[in-house]
Design a protein around this ligand. Structure first.
Ligand SMILES: CC(C)(COP(=O)(O)OP(=O)(O)OC[C@H]1O[C@@H](n2cnc3c(N)ncnc32)[C@H](O)[C@@H]1OP(=O)(O)O)[C@@H](O)C(=O)NCCC(=O)NCCS
Length: 164
């Protein structure tokens, strides 16, 4: 079931981000590479948590996947793209891998965006992580381009057209 997260879930979002760092290190990608100040990482999550809705996928009363619905980022997208009706997703994490919890949440967010007559689901993700790119391609997303913004490693832009 798709739910909107509340204050009681803030720590869970920190936790799944921490867990993702360890999981990704074991996958041999430099996504969320080591040496980051985790207090800063949590502060960045808190900034989003305070300003944007987070949604979750709940199974048997337990939140098993989370995602933020943020504003599209002007660093990466053109003014024309920014102006289009879209749902822009970020901070996408699962509590447990291999159960398709993330796919279930993504599917529910796509359905809601269609109901809301959005034209696109869009996101930016880690530029060099081709397995992550393949994940989004499997879910119907097209790679738009990869943007090189100094200091930002997540310039691979993906979108899914909803109104066709
Ligand atoms: C992305 C995510 C939410 C998808 O959840 P899900 O639909 O339940 O899928 P799973 O976690 O079971 O992963 C499915 C496949 O995608 C791969 N995958 C997903 N995210 C990946 C990543 N960041 N790097 C490398 N591979 C990734 C998994 O390794 C797995 O591949 P396999 O089937 O060959 O083992 C989840 O994988 C996750 O929390 N990833 C880490 C954080 C992340 O990268 N979030 C996206 C930021 S844009």
């Amino acid at each position: 079931m798709l739910i909107t997260l509340d204050e009681s879930h803030r720590k869970l979002v920190h936790q799944v981000r921490d867990d993702a760092g360890e999981w990704l290190a074991s996958k041999g990608t430099d996504q969320y590479r080591g040496g980051l100040d985790m207090r800063q990482v949590h502060a960045n999550i808190d900034r989003d948590f305070d300003n944007f809705p987070f949604v979750g996928w709940e199974v048997d009363g337990r939140v098993v996947a989370v995602m933020a619905i943020i504003d599209p980022e002007a660093d990466f997208w053109t003014p024309e793209e920014l102006a289009e009706p879209q749902t822009y997703i970020s901070r996408f994490f699962v509590v447990e891998h291999g159960k398709d919890y993330g796919s279930a949440l993504l599917g529910a967010v796509i359905r809601r965006a269609k109901d809301d007559r959005k034209r696109w689901i869009r996101l930016n993700c880690w530029s060099t992580n081709t397995r992550l790119h393949a994940y989004y391609a499997r879910h119907g997303f097209e790679h738009v381009r990869t943007v090189d913004v100094p200091g930002r490693m997540s310039g691979a832009l993906f979108q899914l057209r909803l109104d066709k």
